[in-house]
Structure formats: C-alpha cells, structure tokens
Ligand binder design. Structure first.
Ligand SMILES: NC(=O)c1ccc[n+]([C@@H]2O[C@H](COP(=O)([O-])OP(=O)(O)OC[C@H]3O[C@@H](n4cnc5c(N)ncnc54)[C@H](O)[C@@H]3O)[C@@H](O)[C@H]2O)c1
Length: 421
C-alpha cells in the first residue's frame, strides 16, 4: 500500500482525492492545511473524518513516512513544498497545475527531484478526459490527415456551478503568488496542454496575444494566437488560437467550474469538433446538437464518444490512477516536470506578448529573463476595481432568473454520486 498525504484541502482537493478514494493500492494517511476547520470539513465530506490533520505540512511529511504527496496549494507554494518533500524522502510528488508561479521555480523543482530520484508529476487532468483521449486516438490514426489548425474557445459563463470558497479568489488576485492571470495562466494551462498534446507538438515557436482585464481575477476577454515550429522546410504552416470569452449572463449549469471548452481542429483531410469538457454532463451534453466529437472527412460527418462518460471527474480519477501505476510499476508520470514547465512557458508567452505588445518567442521565457525582468509577468494596471463586484451582481441576477425558469442545480454527494461502478 502506498501511503498518501494531501497538502492543501481547498476546492480542488474535492476532485484530486477521488482517485485515491477508489484505489486498492493507496491509503490516504493524513492531510495538511493551515485552515484546520476547512480540512476537517473536507474529511467529513469525503467520509474520512478520522484522518489526521496537520496545520504544518512539514510535520506531516516528517512523521508519516509518505510515498506520495499531492500538492494542492496556491501556485507560489508548489516550489518550496516540492523541495521540502523531495529532501524529506517522499518518492512521488504530484503538483497541481500550474507547476509554479515562475519558470525559475519550475526548474528548481525539476532539478531537486532529479537529484533525489523523485517522480515529479504535473497534474493536468484534461489530458485524461475520456472524450479527449478518444479524440486523440482518432487524430493519431489520421482521421483528418495532417493537423494544421487548433482553435479553442474557453467560455466563462454565468452558472450556477459548484460552490467555491471565496478565499480561493483572494490569493488569485496577487500576481506575485500566481505568476499570471486566472484564465490565461492558471486555467489556461489546461488549454495550452490540449493545444500541444492533441496537435502532437512539444512547444510553439511564437505567440501574439491581446488580454483584457475585466477584473484582476478575470483576465478576459482575450485572444491568443501562435505558430507551431516547422519540423521540415516544406511543412505546411501549423497554427493555433485560444479565445477566452466572458459571458457572465449566460445561463449554463455546471457541477464543477462554470467554464466550458469547445475545440475545432482542421487537418489536410477534414475537420474535428470536440464539444465540452469542464461542464460535460449538463444540458448541452444531453442535446443532439452537441455530440462529444464530430468528424467531417471523406465527404461524411460522423460522431464519436457517445458511449463515453461526459463528466469532468473522470479526468481527475484517471490522472491519479496513472500516477499510482507509475509509483507501483515505474515509468514516467503524465506530465513530467519538464512538460509541466513547458506549459508554464506557453502560458507566460501569452502574458508577455500582451504586456509588451509584440510577438514573443519560446526561447525568451527563461529564469534568466525572469531575473532581469525582460520576461517577467507583471500585475495588470488600471483594472476597474468594481469589475468583480459588477460581475458577481450580474451572476446572481442571472442565477435567480434561471431558478425562476426551472433551473435545477444538483450538488454532488460523495456517498453516492461520485462513486464509480
Ligand atoms: N486541475 C484543475 O482543474 C484545477 C482547478 C482549480 C485549481 N487548481 C490548482 O490547484 C491549486 C489549488 O487551487 P484551489 O482552487 O484548490 O485553491 P484554494 O484556495 O481553494 O485551496 C488552497 C488550499 O491550500 C491551503 N494552504 C495555503 N497555504 C498552505 C500551507 N502553507 N500549508 C497547507 N495548506 C495551505 C489553503 O488553506 C486552502 O485550503 C492551484 O495551484 C490551482 O491552480 C487546479
């Protein structure tokens, strides 16, 4: 049995815990959170009320002889926590995305884990969403030929959605802690991950972006576009775009975050549309107009993935299962620290481009350039401080309207809804 400890019992812990609750190979030993009341509430919800809670994660790591630690805290703590765990002898460290608030910290994490022979995993769950896995299989089998263009529209809607701890919005306003905006850097990591993985690419060559700030915690609407590197001189150009759409009055129920994603990929022989990820399972999934995957090729339209679960939680469970397997049998986690760092570089390029109003190249985002501040993501200036307030007021109004129109919002219960067959 692998002994597991969780550091940080905030919103995302509710999803990261799932893979361990279901595993026959691991035992959750203890959790750590500076907010003990919050940690105890989570344990109660997970049916694990007798588990030990440590306000100081270092004591948990020193005392509990853990094999795996899940780090689920604000971004700037990922680096120091990884370093402490690696030095204390923890063999497997899984860090929620983004890997760290700076590329400097990403590199330190990679180096210390290499030195101590620790398996370091960057936890990016979209990579394990069953619909995306199916789409990747189709694309790799050449269903639309050579891949030319990736488009993702990332829409933040009005809700209703899972309840969130208001504290988790507080630290997200501080760029010294986050290293980038919640949509472009934090949530964006998922989308940049899909832009590389689905397209069979390791990095991008250059980016141009325009990022608006509705408020400090909403770095949108935004438009980011990039070019992938050419492998051969006669390669057709390969490009991608990400749109971040703010639609606070869009009535759009979600069991998780109130954000959904729509991907379109064009190839030399066809087109693929991948409908939804985070809000999978809501009324859009149940409509015939939004099958999970639609392919146009050879003069035909076909749909795929209709038999797969359209529920975001499976991406978390499968991601954790892969890490447990790596810890049991060897191999590399998905993602490795190096891949995690690359996703942070990708997302930071978008911020730097907007900040400096120019095209930014991959090679520019380095620890050296963070140090001399030529590529250091700064907090946005002149943001309307009332923006967030107005946004929540609109959301509440919209939710009331939805309720009047018969909206049913179901909160997941750990005892039944979340347990798998
Ligand atoms: N994969 C995803 O889809 C996804 C979604 C949301 C958040 N995340 C990532 O997960 C991480 C946590 O985000 P969240 O939304 O859960 O934040 P949160 O604010 O809800 O939770 C963070 C928790 O860490 C605790 N904490 C802070 N300092 C600590 C310390 N020194 N020791 C122990 N605990 C400490 C806080 O008390 C809090 O309970 C972030 O890096 C975020 O980007 C990933």
């Amino acid at each position: 049995m692998l002994r597991v400890g969780i550091i940080g019992c905030g919103d995302i812990a509710n999803l990261n815990v799932l893979g361990y609750l279901h595993s026959q190979d691991t035992e959750l030993i203890a959790v750590s959170d500076i907010d003990i009341k919050n940690a105890r509430e989570k344990l109660e919800r997970w049916g694990l009320r007798t588990l030990k809670v440590y306000p100081d994660y270092r004591k948990m790591v020193d005392k509990e002889d853990l094999d795996i630690v899940e780090i689920l805290t604000p971004h700037h703590l990922h680096g120091p926590m990884t370093e402490y765990c690696a030095k204390a002898g923890v063999q497997g460290i899984s860090v929620q995305k983004p890997m760290a608030h700076t590329i400097t910290d990403c590199e330190k994490m990679i180096n210390i884990c290499k030195e101590k022979k620790v398996k370091l995993k960057l936890f990016e769950n979209f990579r394990f969403y069953p619909i995306y896995l199916k789409a990747k299989e189709l694309l790799d089998n050449g269903i639309i030929g050579e891949l030319l263009n990736f488009r993702i529209n990332s829409i933040m809607a009005g809700g209703p959605s899972m309840p969130r701890d208001i504290k988790s919005l507080g630290w997200r306003q501080n760029f010294d802690i986050t290293g980038g905006g919640p949509w472009v850097y934090d949530d964006g990591i998922h989308k940049f991950s899909m832009a590389l993985w689905l397209m069979g690419q390791k990095q991008v060559e250059k980016i141009y972006s325009w990022i608006d700030y509705f408020s400090v915690v909403y770095d949108g609407p935004s438009y980011i576009f990039w070019k992938y590197p050419s492998k051969y001189p006669d390669d057709p150009p390969k490009v991608g775009t990400m749109e971040i759409t703010l639609a606070p009055n869009l009535y759009y129920p979600s069991n998780y975050y109130v954000c959904d994603e729509f991907i379109e990929i064009s190839g030399t022989k066809g087109l693929v549309w991948i409908n939804q990820c985070t809000c999978g399972g809501n009324f859009v999934s149940n409509s015939p107009q939004f099958p999970p995957i639609v392919v146009c090729s050879n003069g035909e339209i076909n749909t795929y993935g209709n038999n797969l679960p359209r529920d975001w939680r499976y991406s978390f469970i499968k991601s954790t299962e892969q890490f447990i397997e790596v810890m049991k049998s060897g191999g590399e986690p998905i993602y490795t620290g190096e891949q995690g760092k690359n996703l942070s570089i990708f997302a930071k390029m978008a911020h730097i481009s907007d900040q400096q109003k120019r095209t930014v190249f991959w090679e520019e985002i380095t620890p050296e350039n963070e140090k001399n501040r030529s590529c250091f993501v700064e907090a946005p200036k002149d943001v309307d401080s009332a923006g967030l307030h107005k946004f929540f007021a609109r959301k509440r109004k919209d939710l009331r309207k939805g309720m009047k129109q018969g909206l049913i919002h179901k909160e997941l219960k750990y005892d039944k809804d979340l347990l798998l067959d």
